[in-house]
Design a binder for this molecule. Structure first.
Ligand code: NAD
Length: 260
């Protein structure tokens, strides 16, 4: 079934990094639901393959590719393989991200700092660097980076300093790159999610601790609840499709009113 042509992704190819879980899986589902073929990357191949099971009902092509976004060779292979299988890349979600263990800055250890910078910031840069030449050739493309409310004023969390720093840097990278490629048919935007119930696997805090923190977090959110991962899908479709053809260099906050 074709959707409204404004949001139509038929014939397009979308790559999603860290598509095996959480928001990344929702991006993959959203792309397939609106007609795109999907390349689902994850460092964990089993999770990426599980995502493919969710895409089957939509009947489009989809492949899973294992890879670590902080490694140039893995990212280059992801783009190369996506192109080899599907011939083009129209949409690229730089979604992979992780957080430091929640501690104040003076307790942060160098290894945590390096890991978060490598996956969040270097990973985003490597993905953009690998896919931009493809989109330049096509004279068209949409890159969607992943920031966070933690990278924006008002979103400060005292124990997430390196996470917040990388997300603020991703916003800077998004804006600068958007201007650089605005005349080349390439749009670059960022989504800044608020708190979503993805049961994050990379946060370094236990499931019990997450449950304990839940009421405290909910109390801070004007809508009074944590977001469902699927609630981010419409924004993803908007930014991936021609519905947002005159939109670039922007950060879209989706947070139940948290920053308001
Ligand atoms: N969930 C939230 O509340 C929230 C809020 C703001 C921003 N974000 C951002 O959204 C993105 C997704 O978050 P999530 O909560 O859905 O994540 P998640 O913890 O649910 O899933 C993370 C996925 O990333 C994969 N992964 C980890 N390291 C990787 C690497 N180096 N290369 C490729 N894949 C890797 C994991 O295997 C897993 O499938 C992240 O950038 C995160 O910072 C999430």
């Amino acid at each position: 079934m074709r959707t409204n042509p404004l949001f139509d992704l038929f014939g397009k190819v979308a790559v999603v990094t860290a598509g095996g879980h959480g928001l990344g899986r929702e991006y993959c589902i959203a792309m397939a639901e609106f007609g795109a073929d999907v390349v689902c990357n994850d460092i964990n191949l089993t999770l990426a393959e599980e995502t493919l099971d969710h895409l089957r009902p939509f009947g489009h092509r989809a492949i899973a590719i294992q890879g670590d976004v902080s490694k140039p060779e893995d990212v280059e292979r992801l783009v190369r393989e996506g192109l080899r299988r599907f011939g083009r890349i129209d949409v690229f979600f730089c979604n992979a991200g992780t957080s430091n263990r929640f501690v104040p800055p003076h307790e942060l250890i160098y290894e945590d700092w390096s890991k978060v910078v490598a996956i969040n910031l270097r990973g985003t840069f490597l993905c953009m660097k690998a896919v931009l030449p493809v989109m330049l050739k096509q004279k068209k493309g949409s890159i969607i980076n992943t920031a966070s409310v933690a990278g924006l004023p008002g979103g400060f969390a005292p124990d997430s300093s390196v996470y917040g720093a990388t997300k603020a840097a991703i916003i800077g990278l998004t804006r600068h790159a958007a201007v650089a490629y605005a005349r080349e048919g390439i749009r670059i935007n960022a989504i800044a999610p608020g708190i979503h119930d993805t049961k994050p696997v990379g946060l370094g805090i236990s499931q019990e601790k997450q449950e304990e923190l839940k009421p405290l977090i909910q109390a801070r959110i004007p809508m009074g609840r944590i977001g469902e991962p699927r609630e981010i899908k419409a924004l993803a479709v908007y930014l991936a499709s021609d519905a947002s053809s005159y939109v670039t260099g922007q950060v879209f906050v989706e947070d139940g009113g948290l920053l308001a």
